[in-house]
Ligand binder design. Structure first.
Ligand SMILES: Cc1cc2nc3c(=O)[nH]c(=O)nc-3n(C[C@H](O)[C@H](O)[C@H](O)COP(=O)(O)OP(=O)(O)OC[C@H]3O[C@@H](n4cnc5c(N)ncnc54)[C@H](O)[C@@H]3O)c2cc1C
Length: 566
């Protein structure tokens, strides 16, 4: 009996000491890994005297400017809360989760407990006053903030997400401009650009606004260059125009947004993240500030002027279906914060809104958040494309918004890009593995696996092949190369949107107009949220939106500062 009691006591002691050992945080630095958007995120977590004292991100492959900043924000949150159970950074949840789980992994592996207490953000109620408040920290908002600050205003930028940059930072970083310091040879090109845009808008665009963006586009590039943005030397072609106007940043959208952000911060612009604007303050028809209600509580900002730069509305499919219905069913490939919150406020304020069922339409294989998923390349190569009934419907080489229009015009939702066995076999196999591709040894077998009528697919492919080395009698595509031998692959491709056209109606001062065509005092808008009057349904050329955002963002900033200073 005695010995049983002794054994029992020893077991209790051992368990107790193990528990104590597991709970007492050991000092040291511990490695952990989480899975991010671009691969593993590795951290070194330093623990001393029962506290997490440092989190070092040792390795990551998150997107430049998009996923990397949230890693720092999460580290700060965890350090402040002494718990990894903190709120994720909105708009960057993949990367934020990776950091959280990397820290958890480091602590778990070291057998350290006690850093998982549920945390709650303190909610406060605050009221401040400033000269200019900017809603949205995309390219239009940052450009406005820089100019307003340079004009002497105090500027606060409120951003809904936990990261800067909206669609601008996700973008390809292509800017369409004429007469820039890099393409001075085209200095007299504004008229041609305006006619090109007007033709693509079927005559529906506001010509005064078009001239404004064309004539100021070169200056947009100069503004970017002065503020540290770099562009590739080659100026590219855009849309169906034969003129070279596309300036492209080697680091895509981040290469434009981040240098400008740095400039704005250096000037003293205040950026407040995860502060969604939820209503406007107006008095006697003039806009006097904004209210933000969110995870930090209520913030009221009384301001001399407000610049709306809140982007498009396709992140909310219901809103997109209402104002751009022809894009119904397309994959929204857009920044999560772009939900058109301002549409309701505009109506309350009596501001004029204009929608023409427009979207920036592209196509995509997968619905993953970024187009950089390599598998999406399969929707862009120059092979034969058919509907899910096996019918060819367009020149596959058409500019992407035109191809989007042609896809939508078929009334089908699913399309297949057909590959032979030699063009991209590895990527095609990956697509099959990820259930976005089908495979068949023959075209008939492929059609059956993918649910197409074999006779229709074979007939369409044979006709396409017959145009090789000659003329495409159906859609005028140049340089057709016949499909080689099997196996064959059908990669499922869907229409997608990367932006919308529509929103506020503004004049060349970026002043917002009301339903009677009068300006609304103290209220300015720029970028995608005020882009309806430049387009019809179809986007005319890469680079147009970033130029509009910069030209009108800057104009809004200058005029808002002047108004606020009156
Ligand atoms: C993948 C992709 C590639 C693209 N490539 C190009 C390209 O190469 N060239 C080109 O010209 N265009 C391109 N575009 C389109 C272009 O990026 C956008 O049209 C442009 O960036 C719009 O700029 P913006 O400042 O108006 O809006 P955004 O950059 O989207 O910024 C709007 C900001 O407002 C915030 N916001 C929204 N509501 C609120 C609220 N209630 N309170 C506070 N903040 C709010 C959003 O979170 C967002 O951060 C691309 C778009 C995508 C998605």
């Amino acid at each position: 009996m005695k010995s049983r009691i002794l054994v029992f006591a020893l077991v209790i002691c051992l368990l107790f000491s193990l528990t104590v050992f597991a709970k007492a945080p050991a000092d040291g630095t511990f490695e952990g890994t989480g899975q991010g958007f671009g691969g593993p995120v590795k951290v070194n977590v330093q623990v001393a005297d029962g506290e997490i004292t440092a989190i070092e991100v040792a390795e990551h492959n998150e997107s430049y400017g998009i996923g990397d900043r949230p890693l720092d924000i999460m580290s700060e949150r965890i350090l402040a809360a002494q718990s990894y159970e903190v709120d994720l950074v909105s708009g960057a949840t993949y990367s934020a989760n990776a950091l959280k789980f990397a820290v958890k992994d480091a602590l778990d592996t070291a057998g350290i407990e006690g850093f998982d207490a549920a945390t709650k953000t303190e909610m406060t109620e605050e009221e401040i006053t400033t000269d200019v408040v900017v809603v949205g920290a995309g390219l239009a908002g940052i450009s406005a903030a820089i100019e307003a600050k340079l004009a002497g205003s105090d500027v606060v930028v409120l951003e809904k997400l936990g990261r800067i940059g909206g669609n601008s930072i996700l973008s390809g970083g292509i800017v369409c401009a004429t007469g820039s310091p890099m393409n001075e040879a085209f200095e007299d090109d504004a008229d041609d650009l305006v006619s090109y845009y007007q033709e693509r808008a079927n005559g529906k665009a506001d010509e005064e606004l078009l001239y404004y963006i064309a004539e100021n586009s070169g200056d947009s590039i100069a503004f970017m260059l002065e503020n540290g943005v770099e562009f590739n030397e080659d100026i590219g072609l855009g849309g169906t125009s034969p003129r070279q106007r596309l300036h492209s940043s080697p680091s895509r959208g981040a290469g434009i947004v981040l240098p400008l952000l740095e400039k704005a911060e250096e000037l003293g612009v205040e950026f407040m993240l995860e502060r969604p604007v939820t209503s406007l303050i107006s008095e006697d028809g003039a806009v006097k500030g904004v209210v933000s209600e969110g995870r930090y509580g209520t913030l009221t900002i009384n301001a001399g002027a407000v610049v709306m730069a809140a982007g498009g509305f396709d992140a909310d499919e219901a809103v997109r279906d209402m104002y751009s219905p022809h894009a119904q069913g397309a994959i929204p490939y857009t920044s999560k914060g772009n939900t058109g919150d301002y549409i309701a406020w505009a109506e309350d304020l009596g501001a004029e809104l204009y929608f023409n069922d427009g979207v920036v339409g592209i196509r995509a294989v997968t619905a993953t958040a970024y187009l950089t998923d390599s598998i999406n390349l399969l929707g862009w190569l120059n092979t034969i494309a058919v509907t899910d009934e096996g019918v060819r419907f367009s020149s596959e080489a058409a500019d992407y918004p035109i191809l989007f229009t042609n896809m939508v015009a078929t009334g089908r939702q699913d399309f297949y890009w057909i590959y032979d066995g030699v063009t991209m076999p590895e990527l095609c196999e990956l697509a099959v593995e990820r259930n976005v591709g089908f495979k068949g040894e023959t075209l008939e077998e492929l059609a059956e696996t993918a649910g197409m009528d074999p006779g229709t697919l074979v007939e369409n492919v044979e006709r396409y092949n017959s145009f090789a080395g000659g003329e495409d009698e159906d859609f005028g595509k140049a340089g057709i190369v016949a499909l080689a031998d099997g196996p064959y692959y059908a990669i499922r491709v869907r229409p997608a949107t990367i932006g919308t056209m529509g929103g506020f109606v503004t004049n060349t001062n970026s002043e917002v107009l009301d339903i009677y065509g009068e300006t609304i005092p103290g209220f300015y808008a720029a970028g995608e949220c005020a882009s309806g009057k430049f387009f019809d349904q179809e986007y005319p050329s890469s680079g147009t939106m970033l130029n509009i955002a910069t030209v009108f963002g800057r104009t809004a900033g200058i005029n808002a500062a002047a108004y606020a200073g009156e």
